[in-house]
Design a protein around this ligand. Sequence first.
Ligand SMILES: NC(=O)c1ccc[n+]([C@@H]2O[C@H](COP(=O)([O-])OP(=O)(O)OC[C@H]3O[C@@H](n4cnc5c(N)ncnc54)[C@H](OP(=O)(O)O)[C@@H]3O)[C@@H](O)[C@H]2O)c1
Length: 338
Amino acid sequence: MEIYEQQHTAEQTARALVQRSHRGPKDLTLTTDQRRPTPGPGEYLIRVGAAGVNFADVMQTHGTYGGGPQAPYVAGFEAAGEIVGVGPDIDSPLRLGTHVVGAGPGAFAQYMTMLAAGVLPVPSGWSDAEALGLVLNWATALAALKPLGEIEAGDTVLVHAAAGGVGQAAVRLARHYGARVIATASSAKHDTVKALGADAVLDSARSDLTEEITRLTGGVDLVLESVGQATFDVSLAVTKPFTGRVVVFGAASGDASLSTHDLVFTHQVQVKGLHIGALATAAPSIYRSLLVEIEALIAQGVYPPGTPQVHPLAEGPAVLQQLEAGQTRGKHALDPWR
Ligand SMILES: NC(=O)c1ccc[n+]([C@@H]2O[C@H](COP(=O)([O-])OP(=O)(O)OC[C@H]3O[C@@H](n4cnc5c(N)ncnc54)[C@H](OP(=O)(O)O)[C@@H]3O)[C@@H](O)[C@H]2O)c1
């Protein structure tokens, strides 16, 4: 009886990374006795196989992510794993044992819940880790390029932070849609971006970025702006007046501003804001069209299985600090069972 109770208790607890303050990733701590969540109405309980690390996780640890969780909270929000429990009120639920990818609170843990309406099956033959990025990095890059960016073959597209999680997806996609891609990244990461097919890769730190991009392009049709303060002025200055689009979906280096006066007298460009979660809620038909397109891109081999660098859960705080310092390339993931 005593042994049974011990096992039962152990099954109800889980390893997790808990953020205990808003002082950044250094206050992210590993706990082994986090209560396993219970799926509520419309939710699945997921046994997490791999959790995706995103720049938004860094922002959440500082309390600067709009609508983000308040400390203390179990960190992480993107994962892939196995459905091991089904909450009430789900029409035609997927079967127990199905592997899905999606988002929900507390992904840096062995178990989490996800809204059933938001999950997608892990593509056939792919591991959980390989499926990470599908609803975050790829959906965001695709939304920025297509429905918002209105990309057309022959366009010139500027992608900032091109070696990053979203940036790599954006470079691949923009090339696939027939665009000429000008990319920026830290100089140590240029080989990664060149290998993805970018036409030119520029050091994001150079002081004459505006002049160099203008010299190379004569003006760009579309900018994918996710760096903010450090690049926003460059993005506005190199965009073609009137026809050019700047899609803003992040501000990794800090916030930047643009006034009505600027738009009227200096930068007559189209500026569009993007948050993929808000898009899924506010414009579900556009979001569904992204998922249909991603399915086709997978079938065509344009979107290959992801190759994230997978770290043990305990390394999460260090990985987030490296992401915050701009020291990572591509996608990183955490394995809560290691
Ligand atoms: N709106 C949405 O729905 C949505 C969804 C996903 C991601 N995002 C945003 O998209 C961006 C990329 O996200 P990600 O998760 O794929 O991250 P990431 O691109 O892998 O990492 C961020 C990169 O930004 C660059 N960077 C430039 N200035 C920086 C600074 N001061 N501090 C830190 N990094 C700096 C660095 O690349 P270099 O070293 O090459 O400069 C760094 O590696 C982030 O801004 C994120 O918030 C938005």
